[in-house]
Write a protein that binds this ligand. Sequence first.
Ligand code: AMP
Length: 304
Amino acid sequence: MSILVVGSVAFDALQTPFGKIDRCIGGSATYFSVAASFFSPVDLVAVVGDDFTEQDASVFKGRNINLDGLQKVPGERTFFWSGEYGYDLNVAKTRDTQLNVFAGFKPKLNERQRSADVLFLANIDPDLQMDVLKQTKRPRLVALDTMNYWITSKKDALAKIFSEVDLIIINEAEVRQFMGDSNLVQAARAILSLGAKTLVIKRGEYGVIMITKDSIFAAPAYPLENVFDPTGAGDTFAGGLLGYLASRREITDRELRRAIVFGSVLASFTVEKFSLDRLREISLREIQERYQDFRALTHFDDAE
Ligand code: AMP
């Protein structure tokens, strides 16, 4: 199945306790596309400014990523995000967000993009997410990610789109922030009551919890000795998850659980280096090997 993603393609400035970089490729749709393309073809819808060079675009080259929907606006600058982490790498502190080209972005999908089987509304303005959703024909699966920036600035628009998607992928702190409830399970159920079938809650180094109306599944994060930069872990996770799901014939609870583990595996590579540096090096074989390690990690009982 084909995947359509709309989200940010960005330049990031990052500081972690282990290093600092003033400008590197980032963006929610960038991490997502590269991760998902290991499993399924991806159509990317995003916008960049004329400061985005051929060399920057090389991150997408040689992969199963169609760039017809990557618009370049002359005279404008690419989305910019600056973030900082202390020793608690689960908490990103935003130092600066410059929407730049995204401020006036109104994509118009072509026929192929409108017919995508799986739609991922990556972290970006919820009004833009809605605009893209409305242009698609009925995708088999619609998933969405967001962040505190949009919960603070556009909560109503976000609540509206929450009610129109199948799967919400969101951070633990954002679930609490959105509902104003400190109990994660209660807050998650309240979000689900808006309409989505499945909520996947990202808990940084503590892993992931998936909650549906009648089941809960938990997976740890892959225990790494070297976590260098957590930026993009969430989007990479979503890319691995949806990329894997789109490669399966059916979307069952069992496949969703496997997809969560593939997402966690992909994310575990991303955090080993700055930007997409590690993701760009790996092969499907390394992904599969780490998936097998993950099985051993979480196995504790043989079925009777
Ligand atoms: P994450 O996977 O949550 O670590 O996402 C990191 C990426 O999100 C960075 O590469 C940023 O460029 C991008 N980002 C940060 N803030 C925003 C925002 N408000 N809208 C869209 N993308 C953002």
